[in-house]
Design a protein around this ligand. Sequence first.
Ligand code: SF4
Ligand code: SF4
Ligand code: SF4
Length: 284
Amino acid sequence: MKWTEEAEAAIGKVPFFVRKKVRARVEKEAAAAGRKVVTFEAVQETQRRYLSGMKSEIRGYQIDSCFGPSGCPNRAAVGDRLLSRIEEQLRAADLLTFLRDRVGDDLKFHHEFRVSLADCPNACSQPQIKDIGILGACVPNVTGAECSDCGLCVEACRDGAIGMEGERPSFDVCRCMACGKCADVCPTGTLMRGATGYRVQLGGKLGRHPRLARPLPGIYAEDTVLSIVGDCITFYKKNSRKGERFAEICTDAFIESMARRYRGKALAGFHGEPPRQVGGGQER
Ligand code: SF4
Ligand code: SF4
Ligand code: SF4
């Protein structure tokens, strides 16, 4: 939907922590009214209604995703279904009742439990600053197909994780971000998409005491991610006595215990595990 310059300027002045929600609401209301352009007046009207009814907008959780589902070509994994399954899980956990019980009348948006899903390591939806951040990941496999030495994989890798060793690519696994791009561009099938799933990071937040989420060490399948999210919600409900954010109570010990619990369930390790050799291919 198109926005006039005045409308863009007006939405830019809405407090950042509700800006995304107000923007979505403005567009929804404009579409419902059959408008194709968002005007300054439309922003003001929606903002007034939204902020006056803010309390009733609190759901107990926030979940968002990157623009991958709109057709972004960078998607390492396609997380549409995972997103809706996690939302269902958050809804079923009834975090609103939980937070009302712990926080009382002072309940605000900033208490809500936050999950963000990005479909590739570019992390456009900022999973690093959410209670649970999930990132699409795809590890390249090395097959037996002959390499033509075209160098396309080296060019495609933004992390300098591939170099040519003679006439073959070699990997610096500590640099690989599991974006899958090298496999996508390989014309010979020497590199193919291998383990595809999600990395999970826990305990990120902004605010007065910001911190980045810390990673679990694997790449996990969708069902395993749901199980991790479930464990985090259980831990949160047990330990957030006054409505503290998950990020505030998510200790290193908890993350280490999660890493141990899910070690055997990872599709692949993240960082430190070389691309897999499949189908009797050459050594690299
Ligand atoms: S995180 Fe990746 S897939 Fe998602 S919008 Fe950004 S670049 Fe595209
Ligand atoms: S999957 Fe790893 S090696 Fe391949 S392009 Fe992405 S970062 Fe580079
Ligand atoms: S692995 Fe594929 S993309 Fe890389 S140099 Fe060989 S043929 Fe080209």
